[in-house]
Design a protein around this ligand. Structure first.
Ligand SMILES: [Zn+2]
Length: 71
């Protein structure tokens, strides 16, 4: 018998173990957790209507865990 070829996660680029939960989507394979994260990120992008990027400027004075609400 041949061993099954390894499956790689398209999100985190780690191998998906046989005992891990696997989600196949658009011809790519993901850990279930990675897929859920991917879906959430895509939903955020659609909400904003722009790619998921934050401006890198003006971060020095802010604590990472505190985010001021946007108007
Ligand atoms: Zn993964």
């Amino acid at each position: 018998m041949r061993p099954k070829p390894p499956i790689w996660c398209a999100k985190c680029n780690l191998r998906i173990a046989p005992y891990d939960l696997l989600t196949a989507y658009h011809g790519a394979n993901y850990h279930q957790d990675c897929f859920l994260r991917l879906v959430r990120e895509e939903a955020d992008e659609q909400k904003r209507g722009q790619p998921f990027r934050r401006p890198a400027s003006n971060e020095s004075g802010e604590h990472p865990s505190i985010r001021s609400p946007r108007p």
